[in-house]
Design a protein around this ligand. Structure first.
Ligand SMILES: Nc1ncnc2c1ncn2[C@@H]1O[C@H](COP(=O)(O)OP(=O)(O)OP(=O)(O)O)[C@@H](O)[C@H]1O
Ligand SMILES: Cc1ncsc1CCO
Ligand SMILES: [Mg+2]
Length: 281
């Protein structure tokens, strides 16, 4: 049986460990949201470093406790950097997060995301359409060949990505986090549903990208499943609280960083969470 209290207590430990040790998680991420990703990582107690070049990515992969790869805005150099660093991460057993932003657009994005299948990202984080499309690209259950990703936005429901999320987690042996109004996190055998957040998170860019960066920070301190669930939960708590204090998306983003900074381990344990065993779904 899955023990919800044990999961909550592991999340609390991860939050405290990160606040106590300031772990570094490097990123190769998109140019739209790079600043929000770094600030969110710092707000939860981590340390950020962003690079583009293959040798620098290798340095960060080895020096940090985990890494975040987000394919939002591809540059030609990424054809070299991304498979190279993913191989280093896989071979050294370093946890890494993949955000398959806009999967389905362009030949380089498709080629890179196909290459990542063999390097088994420890955490895959995306919106529902991205998770379904990545499962489709990798030939796994629950995926569709045609991507429903509309640019970087989702057109699918989170619950519709359940089978794809489980299949991806079983393939990687890690965790998958599907974001939306409610969030799903699975390791292929447990399915967690986390509630909270804010409608304003759809009105700022990078809530998802920065969630991936924060998941990488927690992955330096705990298992992929607990890291993905802790990041998801912190986002749900901080989003809910920030919404109460603001009246628009611009001030929401500022308030959200403050709430990430203020969210405690107890707040995370007290946030609404459902846990189910996948075999019963
Ligand atoms: N309608 C909503 N209500 C509550 N929380 C939401 C809502 N939509 C998104 N969120 C939260 O926003 C965060 C990002 O999820 P989202 O699905 O928007 O990612 P995304 O589409 O990849 O974002 P981006 O690509 O802009 O970074 C998650 O923490 C999620 O829980
Ligand atoms: C808007 C946008 N375009 C490419 S990446 C990105 C950030 C959200 O995914
Ligand atoms: Mg996204």
């Amino acid at each position: 049986m899955v023990n919800k209290q044990e999961i909550q207590s592991k999340m609390m430990q991860a939050v405290e460990a990160v606040r106590g040790t300031n772990p570094m998680a490097g990123s190769i991420t998109n140019t739209v949201t790079i600043n929000l990703v770094a600030n969110a990582q710092l707000a939860v107690g981590g340390s950020a470093a962003m690079v583009y070049l293959p040798d620098e990515a290798e340095f960060l992969a080895k020096a940090g406790g985990a890494m975040c790869i987000n394919v939002g805005t591809l540059l030609p150099i990424y054809e070299e950097t991304l498979p190279y660093v993913a191989k280093v991460l896989h071979e050294t057993g370093k946890p890494w997060v993949l955000d398959p932003v806009a999967v389905g657009i362009g030949s380089l994005r498709t080629k890179l995301l196909q290459q990542f299948k063999a390097y088994k990202p420890t955490i895959i984080r995306g919106n529902a359409s991205e998770i379904i499309a990545l499962a489709g690209l990798w030939g796994l259950d629950g995926g569709t060949e045609q991507s429903n990703v509309r640019g970087v936005d989702s057109t699918d429901s989170v619950s519709g990505a359940k089978v794809a999320a489980i299949a991806l987690a079983k393939w990687t042996g890690g965790a998958v986090a599907v974001s939306g109004e409610t969030d799903l996190v699975t390791d292929g055998s447990i399915m967690a549903v986390s509630y909270g957040g804010s409608h304003f998170m759809e009105k700022i860019t990078g809530a998802g990208c920065s969630l991936g960066g924060v998941a990488a920070v927690y992955a330096t301190a705990t298992s992929p499943f607990i890291a993905a669930l802790t990041a998801t939960t912190v986002y749900n708590v901080a989003g809910k609280r920030a919404e109460l204090k603001v009246d628009g998306p611009g001030s929401f983003q500022v308030q959200f960083i403050d709430e990430l900074y203020k969210t405690t381990a107890e707040d995370i344990a007290n946030n609404s969470l459902d846990i189910e065993e996948v075999s019963f779904l």
